[in-house]
Design a protein around this ligand. Structure first.
Ligand SMILES: C[S@@+](CC[C@H](N)C(=O)[O-])C[C@H]1O[C@@H](n2cnc3c(N)ncnc32)[C@H](O)[C@@H]1O
Length: 215
């Protein structure tokens, strides 16, 4: 049934290049990982998707957890327009998209949860801490920020990821954080953090950070 939700998301885009990208993306962040991330999301309430891209994961969670209200932000206006169109096609009223720069994000509402999937390494290094502080500020008590990103080790996996990032967008610089470095920053900012390795047969050094706002 959840597999059907993935297929519906992919079919909601007209552009075959975007569809191909979505197949690839759902091949990387596949059902097992979607379930793993999804079990840390709240059952209801507002959830922020920072760097939502074409909206594929928020469109997925909007279908499988219908009591959530998802809000996606991305710096790329074309991606936002495609995400809005896909949401309308799917008849989803519990997901919205708007342009937003994570590097200058300010907490503007209270969220039951938030997530960032493969976005932190695209944010300028000095903007990451302020972003995390603002996300913490906007979380309801007990709310979670879920971050899925890549580790710097093993090195061959980092190089593999770097090549793909270059291929997808040769102009955008990337800054990879080691899992220890990222966890330390999250703790400094004030989150209680649980770090999980998402073991994969593909050469991705995936890491999941489950960050909780206490009190
Ligand atoms: C690797 S894609 C991930 C997209 C989506 N989270 C996913 O998992 O498919 C990285 C996304 O980050 C967005 N991005 C990069 N810098 C950003 C920024 N400063 N603020 C918001 N989005 C940004 C890009 O436009 C792109 O859509």
């Amino acid at each position: 049934m959840h597999g059907d939700a993935i297929v519906r998301v992919i079919r909601a885009y007209d552009d075959w290049v975007v569809r191909a990208y979505c197949w690839g993306r759902f091949g990387i962040v596949r059902q097992r990982f979607l379930d793993e991330i999804g079990r840390h999301l709240p059952p209801s309430g507002q959830v922020l998707d920072v760097g939502c891209g074409f909206g594929l994961f928020s469109l997925y969670y909007a279908q499988v957890v219908p009591d959530l209200t998802l809000r996606g932000l991305d710096i790329n206006p074309r991606r936002i327009a495609l995400a809005q169109r896909a949401a309308a096609r799917l008849g989803l009223s519990n997901v919205t998209y708007e342009w937003g720069d994570a590097a200058t994000y300010r907490a503007d509402d209270v969220y039951a949860g938030a997530y960032m999937l493969d976005i932190v390494h695209h944010i300028p290094e000095d903007a990451v801490r302020p972003l995390l502080e603002q996300l913490l500020k906007g979380l309801a008590s007990g709310g979670r920020l879920i971050i899925k990103d890549v580790d710097t080790r093993p090195r061959y996996k980092r190089w593999f990821t770097w090549c793909l990032d270059r291929l997808m967008d040769p102009r955008t610089p990337v800054r990879y954080w080691s899992a220890e470095e990222m966890e330390a920053l999250l703790v400094e900012v004030g989150f209680r953090v649980r770090r999980e390795t998402m073991a994969d047969y593909l050469p991705y050094p995936h890491v999941l950070y489950v960050c909780e706002r206490e009190g």
